[in-house]
Write a protein of this length. Structure first.
Lengths: 316, 282, 316, 282
């Protein structure tokens, strides 16, 4: 490696971060090849540890009103898309879209949260906040994917599951649990990308894939910054402080082993150039599927389970 | 955007009795009878006057459920790390240390082998007193290992939940305990072992949205709050008028989410019967 | 065989009926052993072809208000029973009961329609008329049975699925279809007995078992006699005529290959002696399970499918 | 007890226009425009004025959907038997003979190989004109064989349903066509072939409660009645006030039971796209 002083400093910093990572019992993805080297490349690419300002910038970009939503990507990366509707029981939840898609020359099943662009659609889409009916729709098409051996792709972009009376009465918690279980059990290859807000249970319900990616300026978190601030700081105004503390940005999610890779966004972020953001997303989805498609279905399911079983940091 | 994971859920009874925040824990919030601690222990912490179910700490729950002397704890040494160096008004490490001193527990879940009514099982019991029963990496790992042990011993796993949700201080890793415990249940299922999920007050947010809802049989205690989002946040976010029994076991039962509401005094024989059913499978 | 004149006449009649049966392309239960001989024994036992009065007597006994219902049998034939409630989505349908049962020294999963004895319970149970929620509860416990390799038993006793606005909105037809599909796919052994009214889609939803039995005075039909009369005779009062025409009684169902065996009732019918009716039912369920339990799960499923695929009479 | 299988479902439009029983079949029940038969055939039997979808007979439906000259009928010789010697006001055998003369069909379903938009498939199309599209043994057997052929050719099965329900005159054997066709779909699924279910007016009772609802994708035409129990029986039995769109495709869509409502003119390209999706699986 030819080294300038600044790249030497960079490398030192990276070494430190990798060393720190190795110390943590992040028993991730055993059997997933190229783990450390990929991580190194990605961290390398991202440069130094994100500051509080960087993290907050991600939060803002992740929620940016011009950010591409699931259907914006679908129309750019799929050669054809037939949306499927309804949970066969009670309703069609517009906060989640599902369908058969032609992607990269083959058929896949795609599910994604869908926010609305204007106020009317936002209301219609319930701001991407899903009811149990939405998870049932997702589960139904997961089973369709499995029956026909179609790879399964999800795009995550939700503030969270809808916190309303009817949603609770219809079993919000239970359906988030069952949706995860259904996704874990899929025989087909799966990939998830967090393309905006990965808000808590509502996000994780459809994010139990063989590979979980995150766009550069997406966030993935157990709670919204405002919610966290309201509870721990007793002041929702401390959202920026909260975000810096619980670190929902892509770089930290990668470091913690929660995501497998970061999908680059165009200069200025995805809101600035939907076409280029879509091209980059498609490239990453393609690469992620290619990694897991050769595996035997049982082995793939085993690795998927092992991936999530290994999540967490504790002392023994 | 409001929080979906409401770890501030405390006690719905407390919320109802406004300004009653300093009520003594042994005063019944429903009928206001007051008891000595040994009296309540005698009645399984059920108010003899009105039937109100007081919270039960994990070790006492185990004593109530398991045959005397059969519980053998595992993974008692597991402790939470602080992967995010989390600091809000105080450091997470301080909160952990304080919780351990206050509760005598390493974290919010105790697990181990046990027998209930002479039927072998694995038992995983949460304690709301430890940081609101919140689920961080340690709770997730202990639950997952309990699944593994149940599978390898070919016995059912009995879980008793009481939780405000995910442990925010572990950030995204606390959210990852949802799929982690779901995967553990999947492995339990592959081993053809049953999960008997006993939901006690409160079983909410991340715990309800993961393993607790995946029981082969789901049992609840009367009056328990079982909700993904607690009533306070629903009220604040939607401005909807909440039904009187919002999120309670009785409402969940009406909407088809629990198999049975079983009063605490009947819980042990009920679980014993279920164990007999599932142990015959092998 | 020592033959009296009357038994000679009987045998002649039986031979005729068997001959007729053999002519019909009833391609039933290939691979099910002892088919014809069992049929012969059963027809033998029943004596001559039922008259219109016999058929109507069955209709009356099948609907008799003192007839034992599912829970009457459960308390008599099960050593223990834990009822399971709810469809995990919307409601617990009291028109159908489901639970874990100890039967014949082992655990089984049991599902049955439940009518009410008095007016209050009848209303509560909706006269045994099921909503989609009831079929979802049944499907949930079917999956529980499969997960734990518990044999699966159903008792059928319903005038039909509930014909109401909400039931329709929640997908009555679709859930009857999906419930059948789930039952067909079970890996575990299954047995069904029609213990009263086997009313059309509401009955068949939970009757796709390895062995389908019928009590001597039960009925199994595509429509109620009154409904059939109203449509075809344009007069619901012609119910007796309709019943004689579409033959919902056990003897005819056996002849047509729809059921595999007839469960005897005590003298005077099941309403007269619940204990003896239960004893006889238990005996038949036990025998039916014993027939199918030794089979390999895949082979059992194949035979089950073949059994139902062969239903029907047509000319080629 | 009321009938759950309502084979008397005729045409909801007819029901609305009271006393209009003798309306000419080519007069639009919604806007009252009248057309020559060749005019309607040109417009796929959709009213050019108001978009009302007239019923389409099976052979014409096949001509609308399949690429010209690709349909190869199978099992054309299958005929209903009369296993019960059924006689109501007339003999079942007479009804069958009359229906065959009137419709030119052997029974209420035609099936065979076809191509739609140059994609191979198996096609099974019902005809309401043959005894109200009721499903007896012949319809069940023809549908089941269509599943088998689709499986062996490894192509999707496209079904177009129009049915008042089970065929009462075959008694319990008509009810058995529900599990029979369900089993056939299960075998189709085991062969990893798709079922594309197109529900047209009316798809009710036994057909809705069996194969039609098991489509991997469920498509409906606008305004079609899709109900297990028809509005008349629901009204008579429950005395409930029915919503205006009770049981219609639009209501079913709102309640999550159909994937798409596709106007007849767009049906062929839509099915073509679906076939392309599913044929890529192999
Ligand atoms: Zn009290
Ligand atoms: Zn018109």
């Amino acid at each position: 490696m030819s080294e300038s002083p600044s790249s030497q400093a960079e490398e030192l910093k990276l070494r430190e971060r990798l060393a720190k990572l190795r110390d943590l019992p992040l028993l991730r993805g055993v059997g997933v090849s190229g783990e450390m080297s990929r991580l190194k490349r990605q961290l390398d690419r991202m440069g130094s540890e994100p500051s509080a300002d960087d993290v907050w910038h991600s939060v803002e970009l992740a929620r940016h009103q011009d950010r591409p939503y699931t259907l914006d990507y679908v129309e750019r990366i799929c050669e054809d898309f037939v949306e499927l509707h309804g949970d066969r029981a009670l309703a069609d939840d517009p906060a989640i879209v599902a369908g058969l898609a032609r992607f990269d020359g083959r058929t896949v099943v795609l599910v994604g949260h869908q926010k609305g662009r204007d106020i009317r659609e936002r209301t219609h889409r319930n701001f991407g906040m899903t009811y149990p009916e939405g998870y049932r729709k997702a589960m139904r098409v997961m089973e369709l994917a499995d029956r026909h051996r179609f790879p399964f792709v999800t795009l995550v972009d939700t503030p969270g599951a809808y916190p309303g009376v009817t949603a609770e009465q219809h079993g919000q918690g239970g359906w988030i649990a069952r949706c995860q279980l259904t996704m874990v059990r899929l025989a087909v290859p799966s990939v998830t990308c967090v393309i905006g807000e990965g808000g808590s249970g509502g996000a994780v319900a459809i994010a139990i894939a063989d590979r979980v990616l995150m766009q550069e300026n997406a966030i993935y978190s157990v709670i919204s910054p405002e919610g966290c601030a309201a509870i721990l700081w007793r002041d929702a105004g401390e959202a920026k402080k909260a975000a810096a503390a619980f670190k929902p940005d892509a770089a930290h999610c990668l470091e913690l082993g929660v995501v497998d890779g970061i999908v680059p966004e165009p200069a200025g972020g995805a809101p600035a150039d939907h076409d280029e953001a879509a091209r980059l997303l498609a490239e990453s989805l393609r690469a992620a599927l290619a990694e897991v498609e050769p595996l035997d279905p049982e082995e793939r399911r085993r690795q998927r389970r092992r991936r999530f079983r290994a999540m967490g940091v504790y002392l023994e | 955007m409001e929080s979906r994971i409401d770890v501030t859920v405390e006690n719905r009874e407390g919320e109802r009795a406004e300004g009653d925040g300093k009520r003594h824990p042994n005063t019944c919030p429903r009928c206001h009878s007051h008891y000595r601690d040994d009296e309540l222990e005698q009645t399984l912490r059920v108010c003899p006057q009105c039937g109100h179910h007081f919270p039960v700490r994990a070790r006492e729950r185990i004593a109530q459920l398991a045959d005397r002397g059969t519980f053998a704890e595992e993974d008692a040494g597991l402790r939470s790390a602080d992967p995010l160096s989390f600091f809000d008004l105080r450091a997470y490490t301080d909160r952990l240390a304080e919780a351990e001193v206050a509760t005598g527990l390493g974290d919010a879940l105790i697990a181990g082998a046990a027998a209930i009514e002479r039927r072998p099982c694995e038992l995983a019991v949460m304690d709301f007193a430890f940081m609101g029963g919140s689920m961080g990496s340690t709770v997730g790992e202990k639950f997952a290992r309990a699944c593994d042990r149940a599978a390898s011993r070919q016995v059912p796993l009995v879980s008793v939940t009481a939780s405000g949700g995910a442990r925010m201080q572990e950030g995204i890793l606390s959210l990852m305990q949802l799929p982690k415990t779901v995967c553990a249940v999947d492995e339990l299922r592959e081993a053809r072992c049953a999960l008997i999920s006993i939901m006690t007050h409160p079983t909410t947010a991340g715990v309800l949205a993961s393993f607790a809802s995946l029981g082969d049989v789901i049992v609840s205690e009367p009056g328990a709050l079982l909700a993904f989002t607690g009533p306070r946040v629903v009220q604040q976010t939607t401005r909807e008028k909440l039904p009187d029994d919002f999120g309670l076991a009785e409402s969940n039962s009406r909407f088809g989410h629990v198999d049975a509401i079983v009063p605490r005094a009947e819980l042990r024989p009920f679980v014993g019967r279920l164990l007999a059913m599932f142990l015959q499978a092998q």
